[in-house]
Design a protein around this ligand. Structure first.
Ligand SMILES: *Cc1c(COP(=O)(O)O)cnc(C)c1O
Length: 398
């Protein structure tokens, strides 16, 4: 019996990709092996994080890095670092920021549920720009001058959600932020691949948050914060277990600059977001694989699996669209466009039946309003493909 059956939990077929509510991406064997190997010995966590910082710096081109408990935790810690710097008094007060600058500028069109992670540190978001295109009331996106115009003495930083087509472009906003000496915190959680997006600090970001449990395929509970050394040090100080003796504490130089601290901070706002030594080592193993292009060999078999699913749906009231980002690195995906009239069911109903059937199948639900089911291959194991094709064919028979 598998471990889930023992617990009375049904396993599912995950055609939704690396989403957190379905447990994220599968870890490669090498990553799992490094997790187990890490459990066999003990090291001081701050020294392990300092080593992780060097590895993350190599992979991202940033000055320093930190393994966090997911990208959301990276955003909280990044915001905390910007709010406090190396000031242990401010660290102690978070998330209350009375008396020091704590506003982050963010484009209204870039607001998302994930910015709760930034607000959790104590930051207050100040929106700039409008959302005219979605509102159907205009054609313009957010422009860089709108950030400049909103800066006041209370502004602490700028929050930006990275996408290749985000507006204003990262480079343009970075010029504004630098001119006003405001750190630029970038959420790039799911923007990998392509691997070149690991290097957003070279394009002007001061701190960047990535998920470790999406395309990198590290432990689902991990993430990466990378960027300026001083900010990474401040973030680490607010996450690490600080219950050492002030006369004995000797943090790794180059990672935490003890000489700049007025005193030894106590547990910070990130203490509830700790990562284990096993998670750190496994994330680094996954990052190495990802960065070296170790996952690219799977692109062909991912495409073949999707084609096989298309074949199984021939003669049914559905049209398959096999799509990809054309960056040579991102997995393809399949959009199944239903003829809802001929089928006599909406895509929403089909999606619900897929989840409730046996085995439960979870497909991407982002295009249901357009009558489409989306199949992402990242989390499909070879044995899933025939079952998935058969389940889809059954639900798409009129
Ligand atoms: C997934 C995601 C997050 C959260 O990442 P976790 O690693 O699950 O914490 C944050 N922001 C965006 C844009 C995401 O896609």
């Amino acid at each position: 019996m598998n471990v889930y059956a023992q617990l009375g939990v049904r396993t599912i077929i995950n055609a939704s990709g690396a989403v957190t509510r379905l447990g994220g991406a599968p870890m490669p064997a090498a990553v799992l092996e490094s997790f187990i190997a890490a459990a066999a010995a003990t090291v001081p966590i701050e020294e392990l994080q300092a080593a992780a910082s060097r590895e993350i710096a190599r992979a991202t081109g940033a000055e320093a890095g930190l393994v966090t408990a997911g990208s959301a935790a990276a955003l909280t810690l990044g915001a905390a670092a910007i709010l406090t710097g190396y000031d242990p008094g401010r660290m102690e007060r978070l998330p209350f920021c009375d008396g020091f600058p704590h506003e982050f500028l963010v484009a209204r069109e870039q607001r998302s549920g994930y910015d709760h992670a930034v607000r959790a540190a104590g930051a207050r978001l100040v929106e700039v720009g409008f959302n005219e295109i979605v509102a159907g009331a205009g054609v313009r996106r957010t422009e860089a001058w709108e950030y400049s115009a909103a800066i006041t003495a209370s502004t602490a930083g700028v929050l930006y959600s990275f996408a290749s087509d985000a507006q204003p472009p990262l480079e343009e906003l970075a010029i504004v932020a630098r001119r006003h000496n405001l750190p630029l915190l970038v959420d790039a959680a799911g923007r990998l691949p392509p691997r070149e997006n690991l290097r957003l600090t070279a394009r002007g970001a001061d701190l960047v948050a990535f998920s470790g449990g999406k395309a990198i395929r590290g432990p689902q509970s991990t993430g990466i914060l990378c960027g300026r050394r001083e900010l990474i040090g401040a973030a680490a100080l607010q996450m690490l277990d600080m219950d050492d003796h002030p006369a004995l504490w000797d943090p790794p130089t180059g990672f935490i600059d003890r000489s700049r601290l007025a005193g030894l901070p106590r547990h910070g706002i990130g203490r509830s977001m700790k990562v284990s030594k096993e998670e750190i080592v496994a994330l680094l193993a996954a990052l190495r694989l990802f960065d070296q292009g170790g996952y690219l060999v799977e692109l062909d078999s991912q495409r073949l699996r999707l084609e096989k699913i298309c074949d199984a749906l021939r003669d049914l009231p559905a049209r398959c669209h096999l799509l990809d980002r054309r960056d040579g690195e991102s997995p393809p995906w399949l959009e199944i466009e239903l003829d809802e009239q001929r089928l006599g069911r909406t895509a929403m109903e089909v999606c619900r039946r897929l989840r409730r059937g046996e085995p439960p199948v979870y497909v991407g639900h982002g295009q249901l309003a357009h009558g489409r089911l989306v199949i992402y291959p990242l989390c499909l194991v070879p044995a899933d493909v025939d079952v998935l094709a058969e389940r889809l064919a059954r639900e798409l028979r009129p």
